[in-house]
Design a protein around this ligand. Structure first.
Ligand code: FAD
Length: 381
């Protein structure tokens, strides 16, 4: 059997490892996309930006799977009826099973202006690291996880930092207004100018270089570096015209299978029904990328009747200054937050409920509470 995996990030490489670990001895071809072997993205917004010495190479993931790696090659089209993937080096790969793990790319705003950066890849990380060392005043557009981590890293380098967030608090969609306000206060206490409920109208500056960020209310912020952290877009264009259904991600069933025969998807690109979610979810978290890769590796090799559904509890973490926020479950912004231990301005643990059902847990500095809650999330309180 020939298995092709498109996308050589965490989900693609984990799928390959799991296939080998399960004893699969056929061909595994990994269409890598980037010029590097698989590496970890979380350090890109943290240590890679702040550490004193420039890192010599990406934070590589363990690469112990025996695969045919096509680095720097992209899939350009899928002919699902013929079980073939077309590549940008002009070749075609046939497959018996295909795994889509093409991840996301940053939403770009104000492209083409010098001094404007995004962060997703190793080369983005190195470029931003260099720019931070030249900059004095940074504006981060977007107060989500990525934007807040970049702001914290820029403050660690003693830069003047402003975060501009469209919604009423940073991270409000993921964690609700109470934790959003904790995060805003944390950044403000470290000297970040956090501006919520506003948007960037335009950038100004001579010779296409950014010198000012102008907000919708007319406020002008001096800036020599702008980081756009305003969300990401699933890499699915190459699937157009195939039998794979796409709707803000590749739609998969609870077994990780797409609408095309023998085609599966894992990682940030996959949108799946979760037992406790209304509709479908696409969490964009490191843990979920690994969990969905493990699921798909198992189900790719199984007969349809023997496939197992996704049951893993979603988990993510974010490091901001000395605080590590850890979150399990799928809380919504309007779920009720109850503080169980500690205080919101320090170490704490709190759970989220909706209609009497436990939807998630958030903690800072109390990692021991997570394990017992894993089994309880999704059940009535
Ligand atoms: C800067 C940063 C910090 C993060 N920090 C955290 C954190 O602290 N905690 C947390 O829980 N999560 C974090 N995440 C999220 C986590 O890293 C992602 O969920 C994870 O990387 C997703 O893995 P993936 O393999 O699905 O996608 P990706 O890692 O994006 O890999 C997809 C790969 O597919 C390639 N590709 C795309 N299109 C094609 C094509 N047509 N043909 C071939 N290849 C293609 C891409 O180039 C890429 O190499 C962070 C993400 C970033 C960017």
């Amino acid at each position: 059997m020939d298995i092709v995996i498109v996308g050589g990030g965490l989900a693609g490489s984990r799928t390959a490892q799991r296939l080998r670990r399960a004893g699969f001895d056929g061909t595994v071809t990994l269409v890598g996309g980037e010029p590097h072997a698989a590496y970890d993205r979380p350090p890109l917004s943290k240590q890679v930006l702040t550490q004193e010495d420039e890192p010599a190479e990406p934070p590589y993931l363990r690469a112990d799977a025996d695969v045919e790696l096509l680095s720097g090659v992209h899939a350009t089209a899928l002919r699902s009826s013929g079980h073939r993937v077309l590549l940008d080096d002009g070749t075609t790969l046939g497959y018996d099973r295909l795994v889509i793990a093409t991840g996301m790319r940053p939403r770009r705003l104000f492209d083409g202006r010098r001094g404007v950066h995004v962060l997703r890849t190793w080369s983005d990380g190195l470029a931003l690291r260099a720019a931070l060392r030249e900059a004095k005043r940074v504006v981060v557009i977007g107060g989500g996880v990525l934007g807040c981590e970049i702001a914290a890293s820029a403050r660690a380098l003693d830069l003047d930092v402003t975060v501009v967030e469209l919604l009423e608090q940073p991270l409000v969609t993921a964690l609700g207004p109470a934790i959003g306000s904790v995060i805003a206060d944390l950044h403000r206490s470290r000297g970040v100018d956090v501006r919520c409920s506003t948007r960037v109208a335009r950038l100004e500056g001579a010779n296409d270089r950014v010198e000012r960020v102008v907000l919708a209310d007319g406020t002008a912020l001096d800036a020599d570096l702008v980081v756009v952290a305003a969300g990401a877009i699933p890499n699915t264009e190459w699937l157009s015209g195939s039998a794979v259904r796409v709707d803000d991600g590749v739609l998969v069933d609870r077994f990780g299978a797409t609408s095309a025969i023998n085609v599966f998807a894992a990682g940030d690109v996959a949108r799946f029904p979760h037992p406790w979610a209304q509709g479908t979810v696409r969490p964009e978290h490191w843990q979920t990328a690994g969990d969905t890769a493990a699921l798909v590796a198992r189900n790719v090799l199984a007969e349809p009747a023997d496939r197992v559904p996704l049951t893993a509890v979603p988990y993510f973490w974010t490091d901001q200054y000395q605080s590590k926020f850890q979150v399990i479950g799928l809380p919504s912004a309007d779920d009720e937050l109850t503080v169980l231990d500690g205080a919101l301005d320090g170490r704490f643990a709190g759970h989220y409920t909706r209609d009497g059902v436990l939807t998630g847990l958030v903690t800072v500095g109390m990692p021991a509470v997570i394990a017992p809650y894993r089994k309880r999330v999704g059940t009535p309180l």
